[in-house]
Structure formats: C-alpha cells, structure tokens
Ligand binder design. Structure first.
Ligand code: NAD
Length: 318
C-alpha cells in the first residue's frame, strides 16, 4: 500500500446533497473513502436519497449559521440551487436570492474557513443566446433568469479569486441524467418524464416539435470529472463544460428510449416552453485537457436509467 493510500481522506462538503447530482456525488466520494458533510434545506431534495455515511445538516445556504460547518473542510462542492427554468421565470427575486445571494454566502463561508478548493455548479443555460456549436466556455449570453443567476455566481467567484486568492472551479453542466434525476417536478426533466410515462403505458409529452437538441451526460461521467477537479490544485479559476459533446434531438431521444422499451406508444405534442435554448452542444476540449473522457453512451445510460426508474419509481409506487 502506498503512503497516499494510508492517509485519511479529507473532508468534502456538498451543498444540495439531497438533490440528484449531490447525492450521486456523495455516493462516489464515500466509496473512495472521503468524509462527506452535506448541507440541504430539503426544499427540492429528498432526504431518503442521501447516502448513509453523509453527515447531513439541514439548513439554508443563505443563512450565516452555515459558516461553522465549513471549518476543517478541504473541498466544497456547491450544488444547491433553484434550478427549474420555468419556476425561475415565475420568481426572479427568489432565483436571485438563492442562486446569487446564497452562492455568495457559500463562497464567503469557504473564505472564512480557508477551504482549499471551491467547486460550484454553473449551467449550460449561460449559452442560451449563443449560436456557436459546439460551444466553448468563453462565449456566454444567458437569456433566462436562471441562466443570468448562474453567470452572476461566476462573476462573484472571479472576485473571490481576485481579492482573496481562492481556488474556484466552475462546472458548466449540460443535460446531466441518471439515477435520482428529479422526476417530481411539475415539468420533470425530459428523459425521466419519457421513461416514467412509457413504463406506465402512458403517452409522454413533447413540448414543441421535438427538434430541440440537448447534449446529455451520464452522472457517473460527471463524477469522474468531479474527482479530477478536486485534485487539480491550480489557482486558475477554470470553467469546464461537462457534456458528452454530441447533441440528440428530443424526438431522437424518444426514439432511443422507445427502441429499448418497445411499447408502441407515440408521444403527444404540446406548445413549446418559453426560455429554453434550441440546441445545447458542449465543446469539451477544456475538460479533456484534465484527462477526462465521457465513457457512458446514451444507450447504456438510458438502460441504466430505465432500470433505476423501473425499480425505484414504478415498482415502489405499485
Ligand atoms: N441536473 C442537470 O442536468 C443540471 C444542469 C445544469 C446545471 N445544474 C446545476 O447543478 C446543481 C445540482 O443540480 P441537481 O440536478 O442535482 O438539482 P436538484 O434540484 O436535484 O438538487 C438541488 C438541491 O439543492 C437544495 N437546495 C435548493 N435551495 C437550497 C437552499 N436555499 N439551501 C439549501 N439547499 C437548497 C435542494 O433541496 C436540492 O436537494 C444545481 O446548481 C443546478 O443548477 C444541473
């Protein structure tokens, strides 16, 4: 055993640990021997999906009471957010309060505690007004309140780097999917919505023509990158696109799922949802420069997602 293997692994704090990406990240970190502290107000997250072994603190990222939790923490993953685009359009004030003020409060907690590395969730929504495909990290034009709130958090991160020398990394997630993707929302993420409806023998809804394209990335691939970002100790304020680098239209996605499930059901169409980009397509050159490569194909990721939903949603509710 090498010396590194015998050293206790550092403590990692995850905000939004009860959510989709946070709970999957917690699983991965625990399996690699890290101590995981979680912070979540359980507003959208689900307590039962927080893995055993996480020390959960129920609290709000906007509260100054969270500062004490950050003492002794090596790395923070800040994932908590208000992140349903249509909910954010309905309430821009709360969107700014959680996604901007709350994020700055987390950065401030990291500064006060001397956290070594702060990694925070941004979003491909910052590219809503960009037509360059695949999209590199330096072109941004958010249109929705959600997208604007994510870009604002990046500007605050840059200021923390500038004035306090903090090590900050932004993760610009594209369409992350996999087990525990939030299917309870009024308008669930497209992939879970299709799978659940088809498994129940119901017709899924496509908003608009189905021509909108999305770059989907499986959550295990995202976790591979999380670990690389944690270990990258350069004080360089990097921003990384995390997508597969290959977009699929919503119609193609439906066809891929139907090809696996073979239900014979056709989708119904409803009017388009406002504020969504027509195409997302990640340029993943920067992420690849850290030695990362997405490994899970859409077909494989769909098969795993279907098995999860069959067991944990359909059979659990039966
Ligand atoms: N899932 C994706 O495809 C995707 C794409 C782009 C960006 N993102 C970003 O990644 C992050 C994680 O996304 P997710 O899909 O896991 O979301 P999620 O909604 O499943 O999880 C977010 C978690 O944050 C918690 N939370 C919300 N407001 C809070 C507050 N004020 N205080 C404490 N906790 C709070 C919620 O209870 C929830 O558990 C978010 O910042 C999101 O904007 C996700």
């Amino acid at each position: 055993m090498s010396e590194a293997d015998t050293q206790p692994r550092p403590t990692v704090l995850i905000t939004g640990v009860a959510g989709f990406i946070g709970s999957n990240l917690a699983d991965r970190l625990l399996s690699e021997g890290y101590t995981v502290v979680g912070l979540d107000n359980l507003e959208y997250g689900v307590e039962e999906q927080i893995p055993d072994g996480v020390t959960l603190h129920r609290g709000d990222i906007r509260s100054k009471e969270i500062y004490a939790l950050f003492e002794g923490v090596d790395t923070v993953f800040h994932l908590a957010a208000k992140n349903c685009i249509s909910d954010c359009q309905d309430d821009p004030v709360e969107t700014a309060d959680i996604n901007v003020t709350g994020t700055v409060n987390v950065f401030e907690a990291c500064r006060r505690a001397g956290v070594r590395k702060t990694i925070y969730a941004e979003s491909a929504a910052v590219y809503e007004g960009i037509e360059t495909m695949p999209t590199p990290e330096h072109e941004v034009a958010p249109q929705s309140f959600y997208g604007v709130s994510k870009l604002a958090s990046m500007e605050f991160a840059k200021a923390y780097e500038r004035f306090h020398g903090m090590k900050m990394t932004a993760l610009r997630y594209f369409g992350v999917y996999g087990p525990r993707q939030d299917y309870r929302r009024s308008i669930p993420p497209v992939m879970s919505a299709f799978i659940i409806k088809l498994l129940r023998g119901e017709r899924p809804t496509i908003y608009g023509s189905g021509a909108k394209k999305r770059d989907f990335i499986y959550v295990d691939d995202v976790n591979d990158f999380h670990l690389l970002a944690m270990k990258d100790d350069r004080p360089n304020g990097q921003v990384y696109n995390l997508g597969y680098g290959r977009p699929y239209s919503v119609g193609e996605l439906f066809d891929e799922i139907e090809a696996i499930l073979q239900t014979g059901i056709t989708p119904e169409h409803k009017p388009d949802l406002p504020g969504e980009a027509l195409v997302t397509h990640a340029d993943i050159t920067a992420a690849r420069s850290l030695g990362w490569e997405p490994k899970v194909s859409l077909e494989e990721g769909l098969r795993r997602s279907i098995e999860y939903i069959r067991k944990h949603v359909i059979e659990a509710q039966a």
